[in-house]
Ligand binder design. Structure first.
Ligand SMILES: [Zn+2]
Length: 314
């Protein structure tokens, strides 16, 4: 079944008024038997194969679209090999790895995860932006994206006001930027989006995640610096076991101590041992623990805790 493309929708509207976004906006929306979607005044009209029509409020769908493109994905969604965060590249941009290692217990065996491990330290040597983006995201690879949360900087490219940057969408100086398809589609049609959504700025899930990760690093540095000796006593170690199937969630386990990261296992306690935490709890738990003065460490860096965690992560 294919939906007829309605000439009435421009590129931006075609991204916003989709059956998935209508379903996000209106619970219980029946997304089958649709022959067309178009706009009439304040409404988005869905035409069914039998000729019936239903009207949905455009504003409600716009809100659903915006909150979907701004949503925060879980902590493990964009970590590379060995819980590696975004890696510095050139031009004020970073490599954001897709979390292939954490989607599944065998995720590290996927070809994308293996390519990530192979390339992680070598991306810095690829200095041409288009070449790098092609390595990250192409028909053959899906390793991650190039993200510039503070805008791309091209130190070697003189600003030429007469140039129309043929064939390339010029990033706006100082504006957050991402190489992903969603962001690029918005950037290419930015004026259509802006006339549809007041105050519109291109955005994507990668920028949301990056900002949250950066906030976590800042908070962690603050928590660390708060200890007078420079070596924090209050520490929390975390582990993550990805799910063994594609339906379940993974297990997220925390141990904490008031005696420093190097203290023996007997000085550590499981955080809320009766509760089961998953990847969806990770952001909140990190921020709550740091709020209470605890500095997080990946448990894999603390070998003295290894035996205790084996049981809990299964
Ligand atoms: Zn993106």
């Amino acid at each position: 079944m294919s939906i007829q493309t309605q000439a009435e929708l421009n590129a931006a509207q075609a991204c916003i008024y989709t059956r998935t976004n209508i379903a996000r906006a209106y619970e219980g929306f029946d997304d089958t038997e649709i022959s067309g979607i178009y706009l009439r005044g304040d409404n988005c009209i869905v035409v069914r194969r039998d000729g019936n029509e239903q009207a949905y409020n455009r504003e409600v769908i716009k809100v659903a679209y915006s909150s979907y493109t701004h949503r925060l994905k879980d902590f493990f969604s964009y970590l590379g090999p060995n819980y590696r965060g975004p890696s510095v590249w050139h031009n004020n941009a970073y490599i954001l790895f897709k979390g292939w290692n954490y989607t599944h217990a065998l995720g590290h065996l996927t070809s994308n995860a293996k390519l990530q491990a192979h390339w992680a330290d070598k991306f810095i040597h690829v200095s041409e932006q288009q070449k790098l983006i092609h390595l990250l995201q192409s028909d053959q690879t899906d390793l991650g994206h190039l993200v510039a949360p503070d805008g791309v900087r091209h130190p070697n490219r003189p600003i030429d006001l007469d140039s129309d940057m043929e064939g390339e969408q010029a990033p706006v100086v100082g504006e957050p930027w991402c190489s992903c398809g969603s962001y690029q589609r918005q950037l290419s049609n930015v004026s259509d989006f802006a006339s549809e959504i007041t105050g519109f700025k291109p955005w994507c899930i990668h920028l949301s995640w990056f900002n949250k990760y950066r906030e976590l690093l800042c908070k962690r540095t603050e928590a660390r610096n708060a200890s007078p000796s420079g070596t924090p006593e209050k520490c929390v170690a975390w582990w993550y076991a990805p799910p063994a199937d594609h339906i379940s969630d993974g297990r997220f386990v925390l141990l904490y101590t008031n005696s420093g990261a190097q203290s023996p296992l007997s000085h550590w306690r499981t955080y809320k041992p009766k509760e089961v935490f998953t990847q969806h709890d990770a952001w909140d738990l990190f921020f709550n623990m740091m709020e209470a003065g605890y500095v997080p460490f990946p448990g894999t860096a603390l070998p003295q805790l290894k035996s205790a965690i084996k049981k809990q992560c299964n």
